[in-house]
Design a protein around this ligand. Structure first.
Ligand SMILES: C[S@@+](CC[C@H](N)C(=O)[O-])C[C@H]1O[C@@H](n2cnc3c(N)ncnc32)[C@H](O)[C@@H]1O
Length: 248
């Protein structure tokens, strides 16, 4: 595992058990925003005309405890999670069971961003996806361009890659009037700084990533609610975006 990926693995391994509770508000906001844009993301879901009666396969990469997977699970046939942290994978599988999705939703430990991926891993079921989702992880990747290419390869023709991530503070003109209360507001990543490669992605940067991986039909929207993370007693306030592109 590359050094930077290993640093992420160690950091998130420690957070795995508390992540879902610590980031509950943020995750709820992300899930609301994703859910309300389902038809903007893709027209192939189990309850749409285009998807009706089809087997619809989804992968969540860097899945963590699986909040976004749980949101979209009702609208697909099968969901697989992948994450480099074993603890996150266990949390994902526990949450899938508890939500009653144990039969269609499972995660495995795996790294698709290594220079060479062992051919047998993570297995043939990790190809031919209708949708790949990656939430709050692109800013942790050493090479977002390589990541997007790897996700593109895993899609079937017409399949969609959806990304949720951070709008860089320098590009975030949207919501600064919120949260001007007594709290201390930080724009960095606190003690997670060493796991972070980028402080977010502008629309232009995302478009380049999608186009670089040969994905078309690019869309990018800034979410209309900000997300607050608590780290070391400080509030980290982020504006997030949701983007999508698809394989031709
Ligand atoms: C901020 S969490 C996001 C988790 C989840 N997607 C969500 O939205 O709540 C980042 C996750 O990315 C995983 N991760 C970081 N680098 C990774 C890599 N190179 N490959 C796979 N997973 C990675 C971490 O283990 C962690 O679970």
């Amino acid at each position: 595992m590359a050094e930077h990926t290993e640093a992420n693995r160690q950091y998130f391994e420690k957070l795995a058990k508390s992540y879902k509770t610590d980031f509950q508000k943020g995750l709820e906001a992300i899930c609301r925003q994703v859910d309300s844009r389902r038809s903007w993301i893709s027209d192939i879901w189990t309850n749409t005309e285009a998807g009706n009666g089809k087997e619809i396969k989804m992968m969540e990469y860097a899945c963590g405890p699986g909040a976004v997977s749980l949101t979209l699970a009702p609208f697909v046939s099968k969901v697989v999670g992948l994450d480099v942290s074993e603890g996150m994978v266990s949390e994902y599988n526990k949450n899938a069971q508890e939500a009653g999705f144990g039969d269609k939703m499972t995660a495995l430990k795996g790294d698709l961003l290594a220079e060479t991926i062992p051919e047998e891993l993570p297995g043939p079921e990790y190809f031919d996806f209708d949708i790949v989702v990656v939430s709050m992880a692109f800013h942790h990747f050493e090479r977002p361009d390589l990541a997007m290419a790897r996700f593109g390869e895993r899609l079937k023709k017409g399949g969609v890659c959806m990304v949720v991530d951070i709008v860089p503070a320098s590009d975030d003109h949207h919501h600064h009037h919120h949260h001007q209360g007594p709290h201390r507001v930080e724009h960095g990543f606190g003690n997670a700084e060493h796991t972070v490669k980028s402080h977010g992605f502008t629309e232009e940067q995302m478009q380049q990533l999608y186009e670089g991986a040969g994905l078309t039909g690019f869309r990018y929207e800034v979410m209309d609610e900000q997300v607050v993370f608590h780290k070391e007693g400080k509030e980290l306030i982020k504006t997030l975006f949701i983007a999508r592109g698809q394989r031709v």
